[in-house]
Design a protein around this ligand. Sequence first.
Ligand SMILES: C[S@@+](CC[C@H](N)C(=O)[O-])C[C@H]1O[C@@H](n2cnc3c(N)ncnc32)[C@H](O)[C@@H]1O
Length: 269
Amino acid sequence: MKKVNLGCGDKYSQDWVNLDFNSENPDVIPHNLLNSLPFANEEVDVIYNSHFLEHFSLEEAKKILTECYRVLKKGRIIRIVVPDLESVCREYLYILNNIDKPENKEKYKWIVIELLDQMVRTQKWGLMNVYWKEVVKKDNKLIIDYVKDRLGVDIRNYYVDPPSPKPSNYLNFTKIKRQLFNGYIRVIKNLFPTDYRKDIVDQTMLGEKHKWMYDKYSLPSLLQTVGFSKIQILNEKTSKITNFKDDYLDINSDGTPYRKSSIYCEAYK
Ligand SMILES: C[S@@+](CC[C@H](N)C(=O)[O-])C[C@H]1O[C@@H](n2cnc3c(N)ncnc32)[C@H](O)[C@@H]1O
């Protein structure tokens, strides 16, 4: 049974074929998923991806899903998890409509970052990192609990240090390739006049930004356009994939959702 996890990051099961961009993890196949999937037509039994599709433009997402359709066997399932545009918009409007309450003035700062920052940031980790650090430093329990409630993330464990080059003990092919690529980008960037440089080549990592967002209407519509059918919105604990919960991809070991405020969508080829 061939089960494929696209854009797995660090959240994967060894029972699956895991693919991600440029991974150094031996359990993950490095592959740029904007290229064709490395599988034959109708070779794959299940496809899963979580918090992956929103990193592509609508056109790119359609291309990726068309590839998924090609490699999936007839009658088999694709499961897609993405951040829920509706959830963040509803929360933003609720906070805005109740902005007179002092706690909502504080929550407003976060919900705007959640809604916009990952789409517009020009620096790695963007404003999210700056704000989370400030919140942790001040031990602002209101926002620590609020982000936990929204995303399921305890920012006291998760907030991110400024990017610093990791000490490198050994060189392998992937590292050399990445260093050559980064050097190439630096050279190209410096060819632009200084005033335009920041806008043309921004500082976010490839695949870090959100380029689109989905809701319970637009994701099923996109899947339908590509040819998928019997499309259902489920939740983190429900799936038509046999024994899916045993892989702990959408839940933590204590049964709580791994990615809160998400849409869980399944469809059949
Ligand atoms: C937000 S992370 C989600 C990781 C994991 N699925 C999870 O839910 O924790 C998005 C992942 O998509 C990967 N990704 C983005 N663009 C990609 C591309 N063009 N090819 C392969 N992987 C890509 C990133 O490297 C990253 O690991």
